[in-house]
Write a protein that binds this ligand. Structure first.
Ligand code: HDD
Length: 699
């Protein structure tokens, strides 16, 4: 079926550069662009040189202001398709017919860092989706956390000022580990729940393709009868939710600052299209007050165990943009871009956003006509009396006011029976007051719920993250105040953090919350379907390798969807043990273990005869080990691997190929086991992603 957004893009593509010679912006042909027009060979440049002036002027004006938050990102096109009609709850056209695919553009982003900052920083990730529906654009502007740092949008400038680089020296870039953020946190306990998410591994996703997305706010579905239902939106990645290890994330920033952007780009180019399921939590209006928190409070989730997430459709991203600036940079999201059937609630954070996004685009995109930029254009027709302004691309004809008779009364208003957007007729009563609702007051119960829902290793990572972040805070009183706040969440957590950062352990508080945990919050319970699709596996080879066995395992892993690369001390080829050659994909000095999910050592793979090369390969393996990645070894490589392992694992590695908790898989098979048994066990270890219960390596 034709994709209306892609057809529309075709109409806006620039002239094919192969269709003729170079021209100026005015279409005048150019035959020389390497020398400016001068008065004599060594004379001054002439004002008359319009080509020179145009070229330089255009260059001087290439940049636009970056987004004030979420400056760095990556985007892709795709489609959304509902599983079934959602007519019972919403009349949104794109949620009615399972045979209809609605085009989408999604932009993922980090929040704190500028446009040129690294990808793998500890941060929230933006997950913004523009649905080009038949009834106009709908934007679901979400994050990979289901909660937000503040409850009222009027605090957004304060929060963003605190987390952004400090005003006097513009440091740190892409990091929250600094005084001003933690000063704010320690004084503003509403931040705590989201801070707990920020300290968890959710804040260092392995891939944009492996993270959840959330609409965060409670929105409202409205059906054709005008009935409202509260709704929370969830995106669940088909590949499961996977994260990096903090040490690895930091190293990856240097090895590949584009780690997440490249991953998204490469997998789409390779045809391994990322996919998410859209789910909704629905709450009838009659049950609005049945919770021990306020549905309008964006620092709270509705636990999935309390209101299950119902899958309603899936989204596939299958096309990279043609031009980063034109599309990913100029895409303009806005929470107020809604379509009939989707409406707002009085969440004060959402209300503020509904002002901010349009406002910010006016500055960033230079005027009011940014909806005409191809990536922002609806595929639904646009007719109104809005006119003129900077960058008007359209030639309007006829009258420009309503009502009119001279223009035939056009454009006319929709008839009462037509499916126009009609705001939900919620009853609102009240005095004008500047006060937070008392129903927003509890900042600790859900923070504690998140903490108590984590697996042991997740709790350990959270404590480590607090210690890292607060350990970088210079003001000791800020460290102490934050720890004090944590003591209202959980005393053991506060004590563990305090111990690592040199502040006194806080006193135990009576009545710290003991909420029922929500297992759905743990990464342990979001591992995906056990596939190894798109996992990057490094196979270390050198001269003397067993090529036949290497190819057999590589092919089996590739069949499972993994991306397997043969890595040798030098690029080119390596000699098989029998003298034939095997092509390699990359040279070891150009890669690093942090760029892969697992390592495989085929027979002869760790034996180049060159001590420096073997040492580099072993460093690669040691680094993978430290980051909990699966390591597979075959034949003689098992002994090499066993030599570097801690005693506890050495015997297991030498004796048994079954996946241990430790993710070390070898082919020292028990009697009767086959090569397929090795591949199966290694695949299982890769699918499990990381193996936390590993003893430290001997030094
Ligand atoms: Fe925001 C960008 C997500 C609260 C004001 N926000 C922006 C983007 C995402 C979010 C994903 C990047 C969109 C893109 O890729 O272009 N923001 C959120 C979420 C929030 C949130 C999930 C809380 C639930 N934001 C929020 C508040 C305000 C803003 C409370 C202001 C009152 N956000 C903005 C902005 C940005 C933005 C300043 C910067 C660039 C842009 O809008 O287009 O208007």
């Amino acid at each position: 079926m034709a994709d209306p957004k892609q057809e529309q893009r075709d109409r806006f593509r620039a002239e094919d550069p192969a269709s003729g010679p170079m021209t100026t912006d005015q279409g005048v042909t150019v035959d020389h662009t390497d020398d400016s027009l001068q008065a004599g060979e060594r004379g001054p440049t002439l004002m008359e040189d319009f080509h020179f002036r145009e070229k330089i002027t255009r260059f001087d004006h290439e940049r636009i202001p970056e987004r004030v938050v979420h400056a760095r990102g990556a985007g892709a096109y795709g489609y959304f398709q509902p599983y079934q009609s959602c007519a019972e709850f919403t009349r949104a056209a794109f949620l009615q017919d399972p045979s209809v695919k609605t085009p989408v553009f999604v932009r993922f982003s980090t929040v704190q860092g500028p446009r040129g900052s690294a990808d793998t920083v500890r941060d929230v990730r933006g997950f913004a989706t523009k649905f080009y529906t038949s009834e106009g654009n709908y934007d679901l502007v979400g994050n990979n956390f289901p909660v937000f740092f503040i409850q009222d949008g009027i605090k957004f400038p304060d929060f963003v000022h605190a987390v952004k680089p400090e005003p006097h020296n513009d440091i740190p870039t892409g990091a929250s580990a600094h005084d001003t953020l933690w000063d704010f946190v320690s004084l503003q306990p509403e931040t705590l729940h989201t801070i707990m998410w920020l300290m968890s591994d959710r804040a260092i996703p392995r891939s944009y393709r492996m993270m959840q997305g959330f609409g965060v706010h409670t929105f409202r579905f409205v059906n054709a009868r005008g009935q409202g239902t509260f709704v929370k939106f969830h995106w669940k990645p088909k590949l499961g939710v996977h994260s990096l290890v903090w040490d690895e994330a930091q190293e990856a920033q240097g090895r590949d600052p584009d780690f997440n952007r490249r991953d998204l780009w490469d997998t789409i180019e390779a045809g391994a299209y990322p996919e998410w399921e859209l789910g909704v939590q629905l709450v009838p209006e009659s049950e609005e007050h049945d919770f021990d928190f306020d549905l309008l409070d964006a620092t709270k989730i509705i636990p999935e165990e309390q209101v299950p997430v119902q899958p309603i459709g899936r989204m596939v991203l299958n096309r990279n943009p043609d031009n980063f600036f034109a599309e990913t940079e100029q895409v303009a999201f806005h929470t107020a871009n809604v379509v009939p059937g989707i409406d707002f609630t009085n969440d004060p954070l959402l209300q503020a956003r509904n002002f901010s996004y349009l406002d910010t685009q006016l500055l960033r995109l230079g005027g009011p006509n940014f909806a005409q930029i191809p990536v922002n254009r609806p595929v639904a027709p646009v007719r109104n009396n809005q006119r003129d302004g900077f960058h008007q691309d359209e030639i309007h004809r006829g009258t420009n006011y309503f009502p009119n008779s001279l223009g035939g009364g056009c454009p006319a208003l929709a008839d009462p029976d037509d499916p126009a957007f009609r705001h939900y007729t919620e009853r609102v009563d009240g005095r004008k007051i500047r006060r937070r609702s008392p129903s927003f007051a509890d900042h600790y119960t859900q923070t504690a719920m998140f903490w108590h829902s984590m697996a042991d290793w997740e709790q350990k990572h959270i404590v480590d993250a607090f210690r890292f972040e607060l350990g970088k805070v210079g003001a000791k009183e800020v460290r102490a105040r934050t720890v004090e706040q944590l003591s209202y969440v959980d005393h053991a957590l506060a004590v563990a953090v305090a111990e690592g950062i040199g502040v006194p352990a806080p006193q135990e508080r009576p009545n710290t919350p003991q909420p029922t945990p929500s297992p759905a919050l743990s990464l342990e319970n979001n591992r995906g379907d056990g596939s190894i699709s798109t996992r990057q596996i490094a196979v270390l080879v050198s001269d003397g390798v067993d090529a036949a066995q290497t190819i057999a395992v590589r092919d089996a892993l590739t069949e499972g969807g993994a991306i397997v690369e043969l890595i040798a001390p030098q690029d080119g080829t390596v000699q098989d043990k029998d003298g034939s050659t095997l092509a390699v994909d990359r040279a070891l000095p150009t890669v690093a273990s942090v760029l892969y999910d697992a390592v495989l050592l085929p027979p002869g793979g760790l034996d180049s005869g060159n001590a420096a090369a073997d040492d580099a390969a072993l460093r690669f393996v040691r680094s993978a080990y430290r980051h909990g990645k699966p390591i597979g070894a075959l034949g003689a490589s098992v002994d090499k691997l066993a030599d570097m392992l801690p005693d506890e694992l050495r015997t297991a590695a030498e004796g048994d190929s079954t996946v241990t908790e430790s993710g070390i898989v070898t082919d020292r098979l028990s009697a009767g086991a086959t090569a397929q048994d090795f591949t199966g066990a290694f695949t299982e270890a890769v699918a499990a992603h990381r193996h936390w219960s590993r003893p430290a390596l001997p030094s």
